[in-house]
Design a protein around this ligand. Sequence first.
Ligand SMILES: [Fe+2]
Ligand SMILES: [Fe+2]
Length: 399
Amino acid sequence: MIKHLEDKIKLNRLLNLGTDLNRIHDPDALMERILKEARDFCSADAGSIYIAEKNHLLISYIQNDTLSENKVVYKEHHVPIDNFSIAGYCAKTGEIVLLNDVSDIGSDLPFKFNSDFDEMTGYKTKSILSIPMKGSLDRVIGVLQIINPLKNNTVSGIFTEEDTKTLLHFAGIAAVALQKAQLTKSIILKMIQMAELHDPSETGAHVHRVSAYSTELYIAWAVKNNISPEEIDRNKDILKLVAMVHDIGKVAISDLILKKPGKLTDEEYEIMKKHTVFGAKMFEEEHSEFDQAAREVILNHHERWDGNGYPGLCPAPDYESDKKTQGKKGKEIPLFGRIVSIADVFDALSSKRCYKDPWPHEKVIDFLKENSGKMFDPELIEIFIDNIDIMNSISQKFR
Ligand SMILES: [Fe+2]
Ligand SMILES: [Fe+2]
């Protein structure tokens, strides 16, 4: 009777959790939560999520209650997808692996337990339950693994068939979330390639440099403003990608204007300005943090600190009208927009374009200083110039 009641409570918790997990949009936060809940349901002391990348698994999330102080020890660990390790075998074959004593793996199994982690941390792994995370076409995209079931708070339990079923459920949710995040990233990368074909000034090197300058500028700003390391980590990855699509809206601008060798007429320039709103429209339905950040960058990278930029505070229905609006001013311009605007101008002035030679380095720096508080956020310009050596090394790297 008690068992029946416990099962019912567990099932209810699982059902409620499904709705709860659906509300988490950030892939990292979602993965951490899935791992935590999977461990809770199976009373596991530790666990990890591996993500498949080409022919290896990257250990991407680690939780260990016993070693909570040292949780990042193994963060960059790679495991080949082959038959010789437990997670590798699980990913290669798509089979579930349940081992209640890793020191006694039968000789009929091709893999061995790798004790490197235990030797490095002093942890003692006894039992492992490894489940493949399967995406579309049954392709294994990762592995969810839990370690050492607890009984009365000590490592003395065993994993059961029921634990396997529970973990399969969590592996399914994790696989869907991971695929969604990977899809967003791959769509953005394809858009960048498409824009490169259309716009001769937005070369691969330019978008990579703008992305790298922006990321470094954000990190330096965030450290100075006491943003938590976790938030910095999350935001820098998003900005790195979305800064690359700052001019994606130019795909909607006619070749006659975009590739015109001479100066644009006033009318042509007004059309050109619309690349900000056309681009932002592509990300209007905000499905993820990427969409939201991409919109922020694309719409605002030509706004000016003094309010004389564009496109200004135009509401969505006015995007395609010719109504002129006042530009956004100061901190009305979102942070990512203010950052990319500096990175984009710095790179445009420093590089050769079909209509101009690169400016000398000192002249570019003078331009940034002169426009601090006019075109650009003064705090960000100060940080950018303080970090000019890093920016110069980026410019060398993507030459
Ligand atoms: Fe632009
Ligand atoms: Fe650009």
